[in-house]
Design a protein around this ligand. Structure first.
Ligand code: NAD
Length: 543
């Protein structure tokens, strides 16, 4: 047994590669794209370390070229979910007893594999399967994933090191036990890094997991699963279960060993899981930990003192990168009337330079939305705006789903601050702008705070410090990630811990000690070195 006292210091954040013309990584990535395009992967379930082919299959396609099948995947049914829960439960005792340094080594190995061996394949799978530009893939599928696995080890070190004091004659300690049972991880389509972190954060903390990946991002999820196995995650510790969420959840929610849910996705699905837990509460061994990061209706508020060009650039990146399919995407903006013409001209000029299309053409800034349902949803909002007397479409407003699910980056201007697209999450490349009277700055901050049920990200642009202070104060609960003179997206692990409250989730800040603490159930241990042998206290003596 290795008795070294390990310390895992704070890592550096991963530096993203540029992929500029002439860089070696550009050629390597193109090779990986070619490899993935030329194959049709077959994606099984993985239960107890075994690949399982159910024969009930679905297709994974390129959203920007939906006739192209990237993979055929096998779907888990109720029977397979039962088997996965059994495998996770059987693996629990051994994995929970595995020294933490072994778990740390697996986490660090995953980071190395993504960094040095699979970077281009994982980026290419994310570009083709989820329709991301090379930059959008690099910053998250590679860099953020690497950061999660390195920071988790450092945070685990900090958490385990948090121990109570011991007094003379007594040794006190906290044992950070993994949860008693299995964790259900349900991941969204939009970030490969989230698909990596949600199942693996509980695993690294000594839990066993049943993972239900999103079917629209299965190619990158499958690459991740193979990387986890190569890094040494033992059989049964992580079970990979593609398929319809509702089928899997019915089985999982009914199971007494359910110890936690690690979810990212829509508020509606998280609410249904929470309700399912509440309805089955009497069945569980312990109260399941519910950790969910959900939707957003993220805002940018411009003050009259702000730099219009910087605001326009923040709107372009915040609203349209990855087609607005980030929980943190800017989807509503408040612009002072005195600066509207200038801002509008900047925004118009930037949009005129924007290309929409296939991510394999590196000149594109906007690619396809994830699937037909998302395309139709975006067009519904656009058509609603077109037909409303309270709104006009300033830019974009068209879509085409013949080859891929392309929606033009669209800007709606409304005279109603409670217009539907100012309040509801759309999850597409659609930004709604409301122009306010400069004299109503404070009222506009209040309006922004009260307009939507979410509280995820938001930003204020101003040069005036008093305006920044006021915005910070009045918008205190409007965003869990608040930006000053910056866009609402692209939080980095360890630098801007991510998550929001209200209808945006439980705000456990993925990639931090706060999140890891949800996957342990601490046991306090007190050892008395010389226990008293008399029950009486001094006060009981005769005077
Ligand atoms: P979604 O809710 O449709 O799906 C998320 C996952 O839940 C998928 O794996 C899906 O198959 C599964 N699912 C669907 N119905 C289910 C059910 N009844 N039981 C169990 N699982 C079920 O979300 P999405 O479209 O994949 O992702 C977009 C949403 O995710 C947006 O609302 C976005 O804001 C949110 N999101 C939030 C964060 C955050 O950190 N707050 C990050 C990324 C995405």
């Amino acid at each position: 047994m290795n008795n070294a006292l390990f310390r895992f210091r704070r890592p550096e954040n991963e530096h993203s590669m540029s992929y500029a013309p002439g860089c070696p990584e550009r050629a390597l990535l193109r090779e990986a794209i070619k490899q993935i395009e030329s194959e049709t992967a077959e994606i099984p379930l993985v239960i107890g370390g075994e690949e399982v082919y159910t024969g009930d299959t679905g297709r994974v396609v390129m959203p920007h070229d939906h006739a192209h099948t990237l993979a055929v995947y096998h779907k888990a049914g109720a029977k397979e979910m039962e088997r996965a829960i059994k495998a996770a439960t059987a693996a629990h005792e051994r994995w929970a007893a595995t020294p933490w340094t072994e778990r740390a080594a697996i986490s660090l190995k995953i980071a190395e594999l993504v960094d040095k061996k699979y970077r281009y394949l994982l980026n290419a799978a994310t570009m083709l399967g989820q329709s991301k530009t090379v930059w959008q893939a690099e910053i998250e599928a590679a860099s953020e994933t690497i950061d999660y696995f390195r920071f988790t080890v450092h945070c685990m070190d900090e958490l385990y090191g948090d121990q109570p004091a011991s007094e003379e004659g007594v040794i006190n300690s906290l044992e950070y036990r993994p949860l008693e049972g299995f964790v259900y991880a349900v991941t969204p389509f939009n970030f490969t890094a989230i698909a990596a972190n949600l199942p693996m954060a509980p695993v690294i903390m000594g839990n066993t997991v049943v993972w239900k990946p999103a079917t629209t991002s299965l190619l990158s999820s499958w690459y991740l699963m193979k990387i986890f196995m190569e890094a040494g995650v033992p059989a049964g510790v992580l079970n990979f279960m593609p398929g319809p969420g509702s089928v899997g959840s019915r089985v999982v929610l009914n199971h007494k060993e359910l110890a936690g849910i690690h979810f990212t996705g829509s508020t509606q699905v998280f609410n249904s899981l929470w309700r399912g837990v509440a309805e089955n509460l009497n069945k569980y061994v312990s109260y399941p930990r519910l950790v969910g990061e959900t939707g957003g209706k993220d805002f940018l508020v411009m003050h009259a003192s702000a730099d219009a060009k910087a605001v326009a650039a923040a709107l372009m990146r915040g609203a349209f990168e990855y087609q607005g399919q980030k929980c943190s995407a800017t989807s509503r903006a408040y612009i002072p009337a005195s600066r509207w013409d200038e801002l509008n001209a900047e925004l118009g000029a930037m949009l005129a330079e924007t290309r929409t299309g296939d991510p394999r053409d590196f000149r594109n800034f906007v690619c396809a939305v994830i699937d037909e349902a998302s395309f139709d949803n975006c067009m519904d909002y656009i058509n609603y705006a077109k037909n409303s007397p309270d709104a006009e479409i300033l830019y974009g407003g068209a879509g085409d789903k013949n080859v891929g699910y392309f929606v033009q980056p669209t800007v709606i201007k409304t005279t109603d601050p409670h217009f539907r697209s100012m309040e509801e999450e759309i999850f597409g490349p659609i930004l709604t702008v409301y122009v306010y009277d400069d004299a109503r700055w404070t009222e506009t901050l209040r309006l922004c705070d009260e307009t939507s049920p979410y509280g995820l990200t938001g930003s204020v642009f101003a040069a005036d410090r008093a305006a920044i202070e006021e915005a910070k104060s009045l918008l205190r609960y409007a965003a869990g990630n608040f930006y000053i003179n910056d866009k609402t997206t692209a939080a980095s692990v360890g630098l801007q811990p991510f998550g929001g409250s209200r209808a945006s989730g439980t705000n456990d800040k993925a990639g931090t000690r706060l999140n890891l603490s949800r996957w342990v159930s601490p046991r306090t241990i007190k050892e008395n070195l010389l226990p008293p042998r008399d029950f009486k206290y001094p006060y009981m003596m005769e005077d």
